[in-house]
Design a protein around this ligand. Structure first.
Ligand code: MN
Length: 340
């Protein structure tokens, strides 16, 4: 039931024995939503399979709540699954014990530092983030007060950690889910505004996309172009920070262009600049001059190169060329704004 085809047979059977062990330990326990408790560790492990994490990380994910919530202790896990997995589970249990009581920016920063320092094995952080992501996705089952508490902690501690690690997709989802819980009204007003703006701009977006595809194709750059929309929380943040109205936030839509390698990144950028005029001061090359992002490996293979283009409404577009790993683990990108 887990998507672990990328693992060798022996590794797969380890994962399944951890699943069996965890199911037996959590037997009879249910989540607030009424589902069997084991559905949670399974969902966490499933998130990790999309990052192609190794079998030890998946075993630890399946066992991550066993020490907290059942009679099993770390020694039991160690004798059953080895010291390595037991250490990861132990690290996760210890993180659970810290009470993140965020009152100030400075305090949040200290918590984030402490969190990172306590997780010497990067798999601990990744499992913790996946755990939080699943809890946020299923937040509705909890009381209003609990929801607010968890959402605040997520937006102040966990989302910035995901951002710092370059895990953009999870970072945006954590922020979006927190935003929805913390400010349901603002969330709904903005999402309505985006839906109606989407309708009005559809034609121009399609036209721009077509012209990008054509000029890349014309120059024999193998690429795929897909659309993408700025998250509601990013729009909200921009409106707050720059004191803009919704209509003044232009870069709501974007395109993602995927290319095969670094050379094609720069070639594509050159072609874009030849065909569309770049805006002065709106160009950054994070491949040559990397952004300060913590590089985490060796558990996540870095092999995908992606160009990200963001489109600006009203004939202006912002294009980012992004070098990413398997799941948006950014190692650098080129960003340019052009006029069309
Ligand atoms: Mn959990």
């Amino acid at each position: 039931m887990l998507s672990i085809d990328y693992l060798a047979e022996t590794e797969k059977s380890k994962v399944y024995s951890a699943l069996e062990f965890s199911s037996a330990a959590h037997k009879g326990q249910v989540r607030k939503s009424g589902e069997d408790y084991i559905s949670h560790p399974i969902a966490v492990a499933e998130i990790l399979t999309s990052w192609k994490l190794d079998s030890k990380a998946l075993c630890a994910a399946l066992l991550h709540d066993v020490v907290e919530d059942t009679h099993i202790n770390v020694e039991n896990i160690s004798s059953e699954f080895g010291e390595n997995i037991a250490n990861i589970v132990d690290g996760l249990s210890k993180l659970d014990k810290i009470k993140f009581d965020t009152k100030s920016q400075e305090q949040s920063e200290n918590f984030r530092k402490m969190f990172l320092a306590m997780s010497r094995d990067v798999r601990v952080i990744l499992i913790k983030l996946a755990d939080r992501l699943h809890n946020m996705r299923t937040l509705d089952a909890l009381s209003q007060i609990k929801q607010q508490e968890i959402a605040t902690e997520t937006i102040e501690i966990y989302a910035p950690i995901a951002y710092r690690l370059g895990l953009n997709q999870i970072y945006h989802e954590l922020e979006e889910l927190s935003f929805r819980s913390l400010y349901p009204n603002r969330f709904h007003v903005l999402s309505k505004a985006v839906v109606s703006a989407r309708g009005n701009r559809k034609e121009i977006i399609n036209k721009i996309k077509k012209s990008i595809v054509e000029c890349l194709h014309h120059n024999q750059i193998k690429s795929t172009v897909t659309g993408r929309e700025k998250s509601l929380y990013s729009i909200y943040k921009k409106m707050l920070e720059k004191k803009l109205s919704f209509e003044e936030v232009f870069d709501i839509y974007g395109f993602r262009i995927t290319v095969g390698d670094l050379n094609d990144c720069y070639l594509a950028l050159g072609i874009i600049h030849q065909n569309f005029k770049p805006l002065p001061g709106k160009f950054k090359d994070y491949i040559a001059i990397p952004k300060k992002i913590m590089v985490i490996n060796p558990y996540i293979p870095l092999f995908l190169q992606i160009i990200v283009c963001q489109l600006r409404y009203k004939f202006v577009q912002l294009i980012c060329i992004k070098l990413l790993s398997l799941d948006s683990l950014a190692i650098g990108f080129i960003k340019t704004t052009i006029q069309i």
